[in-house]
Design a protein around this ligand. Structure first.
Ligand SMILES: [Zn+2]
Length: 289
């Protein structure tokens, strides 16, 4: 190599490196700026009204409770949930800046869902509206639904082809959750009773049927047990310390096994899924809430 070329090659490399560094820091700064800008435009829009706006990335949290309470939700439940979900499952943040609206009671929730989003919620607790880029919550109903809804935009960003059964199973699992050994952990909750009733009445579908439901079919809740069945399947995996592995293998193999059923069978190590279903049913019948 001609030594005359060395300085110019070095110069090019140096300038490339500097450009790359500038690009990285510019994007980091602009993201921070984008969140602040989003928050400040909300503050302008809500001027003279009793709302507090807090940036809690990847969200902007807005609430009409007293400012300290809104900040506590943001720095407590929202931050803690995001941290623990990312630790266990998710590498990507949602692609858009999402708003979390915490309305202080059901009246405020319904009134403002209509005013800001032209929505008439079908649930008294809260919901995620991808088209509004917003989680809309009646926070008087507690933090459970908030945690549930936070799962959905992360699934959307990290597992876009995720079927409803897994998306809702995971959201539902963490409605009632805490931290065990530094990991997010779902406890038994109110959905247990309906599932036990369904099992007694023998209306709960097989796992092959449940996992292969279209989203529409899953949400139709023909037997009223779909959310609960999905939740307590994931609860079972959690108890066997297989849930995070199942998520990883499901996402890695989603092209060849889009329902997750084959992956489920493999991760469980069960050859006979009918026998597994009976074992799971007995497990569920022994649970208490
Ligand atoms: Zn949900």
């Amino acid at each position: 190599m001609n030594s005359d070329h060395m300085p110019s090659a070095k110069r090019i490399i140096t300038s490339l490196v500097l450009t790359a560094i500038a690009a990285i820091s510019a994007s980091a700064v602009s993201t921070d700026q984008a969140f602040e800008k989003h928050a400040s435009s909300l503050r302008t829009k809500l001027k003279d009204r009793d709302f507090t706006v807090v940036v809690e990335r990847p969200f902007v949290v807005i609430g009409d409770d007293d400012p300290e309470t809104v900040k506590q939700w943001a720095k407590g439940v929202v931050r803690g949930t995001v941290e623990r979900l990312k630790k266990a499952y998710f590498t990507k943040d949602p692609a858009n800046i999402l708003e979390i609206w915490l309305f202080r009671d059901e009246t405020s929730y319904r009134k403002h869902a209509k005013e800001f989003f032209n929505d008439e919620p079908s649930t008294p607790y809260g919901y995620y509206s991808p088209s509004d880029k917003a989680l809309v919550m009646n926070i008087a109903s507690g933090g459970g639904t908030l945690v549930h809804e936070i799962v959905h935009p992360f699934i959307e960003a990290n597992f876009p082809s995720c079927p409803a059964w897994f998306n809702e199973g995971l959201g539902s699992l963490y409605e009632q959750s805490g931290t065990v050994d530094g990991q997010i952990y779902g406890y038994t909750n109110w959905r247990l009773r309906g599932l036990q009733d369904g099992l007694r009445k023998k209306v709960v579908p097989t796992f092959r049927e449940m996992t292969s439901m279209s989203d529409r079919e899953f949400y139709r809740e023909a037997t009223g047990t779909n959310y609960a069945q999905a939740r307590y399947l994931l609860y079972y995996l959690q108890e066997k310390k297989l849930l995070v592995r199942y998520y990883k293998e499901f996402t890695a193999n989603a092209k060849t096994d889009p329902t997750g059923y084959k992956t489920l069978q493999r991760v469980l190590g069960e050859r006979d899924m009918r026998a597994f279903q009976r074992k799971w049913e007995a497990f569920v019948m022994r649970l208490v809430y």
